[in-house]
Design a protein around this ligand. Structure first.
Ligand SMILES: Cc1ncc(COP(=O)(O)O)c(C=O)c1O
Length: 347
């Protein structure tokens, strides 16, 4: 079975971890600090604060902005549950917004939800697509960019996670760059960086919060090693995406052409007209694991009607994600293409 995602680990990653182990560098230490500095340098901001997951990084960002009970946070309904969890954990009220045709928040959807209690907008860069973060600045509230799926994505010179107030990355095993489990919040604001560091170290608690979720040097060793090869990761994703655009062009599906320029292709989402569950089963028969774009919509989790989220409902029923990751071999991609052609009965 060709998995839907897989990390790209090589001998240099093994050596980096072995070296950290041989130096007894197993808890949070100098390698974590170096990883923060290198990630910040890579995306072009002042600094970062590493933690154990993207979810913890989101919670740390919300807490550093002193967001809690009585505050509202706007976020898209078309995103994984971890984002909702972070908002609920900090005590704020999640205000869900519909998304546009390219899976992300739109200025229009946010305008319908913004209020005097809005304390932040959580702009998610979905599937590796860099959103136009600057378009949300006129709302005049802090913007947390969730770039957990979009490390290194660019849009007109802006790198995802660097134009809002705080940017957040995940380094989970399934993500673009991995430390196994892991996450980081980055910013250009020294005060916010200081607050986040204090929250992580337990030196201060803001509104009763303390983020006791450190990354270890063992994990950071892997992150640093992956980061050195990251340009090759991005180039490989682009190569695989280009091949899908070419090889699937004649199939009765819509390819993600509209986001081609702004995506680093964390995912390759197809717009399909058949039942997605049936397609998933059919692909399984061809030895390929494909998935929905998201497992569930957040408004369903909160028991809200779909009437206010028509675009998300439509995307949930029509988006299918096929395997695309640097560790996917050319042979495996050929098998995915063959499976697509068999499923859509193309010669
Ligand atoms: C958009 C988005 N935000 C946040 C997260 C949470 O990251 P983590 O799994 O590292 O906690 C994920 C992970 O699936 C994600 O896709």
């Amino acid at each position: 079975m060709i998995p839907h995602s897989r990390p790209w680990l090589d001998a240099s990653d093994h050596e980096a971890i072995a070296l950290a182990l041989s130096e007894d560098a197993i808890a949070q230490g100098a390698r974590v600090r170096a990883f923060e500095t290198e990630v910040a340098r890579y995306v072009g901001v002042s600094d970062g604060v590493a933690v154990a997951s993207g979810t913890a990084a989101l919670l740390m960002a919300l807490s550093a902005l002193e967001i809690g009970s009585g505050d509202e946070v706007i976020l898209p309904t078309y995103v994984c549950e971890a984002v909702l969890d972070a908002v609920l954990t900090c005590g704020a009220t999640p205000v869900l917004a519909d998304v546009g045709p390219t899976w992300g928040l739109t200025v229009e959807s946010v305008s319908e939800r913004v209020s005097s209690r809005t304390a932040a907008i959580l702009v998610v860069h979905p599937f590796g697509i860099a959103m136009d973060t600057r378009s949300f600045a006129p709302f005049g509230v802090p913007i947390i960019e969730d770039a957990c799926q979009a490390f290194g994505a660019r849009r007109e010179g802006d790198i995802a996670g660097t134009t809002g107030t705080i940017g957040v990355f995940s380094f989970h095993a399934t993500k673009c760059l991995t430390t196994g489990e892991g996450g980081m919040a980055v910013s250009r604001d020294p005060d916010l960086l200081d607050r986040m560091r204090r929250l992580r170290e337990g030196h201060s608690s803001i509104r009763g919060k303390r983020i006791a979720a450190p990354l270890s040097d063992l994990q950071a060793a892997l992150g640093l090693s992956q980061l050195e090869r990251y340009p090759a990761f991005l180039a490989r994703r682009r190569e695989l995406a280009d091949r899908y655009f070419q090889e699937l062009a004649d199939l009765p599906v819509r390819l993600p052409e509209t986001v081609r320029e702004h995506s680093m292709f964390f995912r390759f989402p197809l717009a399909v007209s058949e039942n997605v569950d049936a397609l998933i089963r059919e692909f399984q028969g061809h030895g390929v694991h494909v998935r929905r774009g998201v497992d569930a919509l957040l408004h369903h989790k909160l028991g809200l009607s779909g009437v206010d989220f028509p675009q998300a409902e439509r995307l949930y029923e029509t988006t299918l994600s096929i395997p695309l990751y640097p560790a996917l071999s050319d042979d495996e991609q050929r098998s995915v293409v063959k499976a697509c052609r068999a499923v859509w009965r193309a010669s």
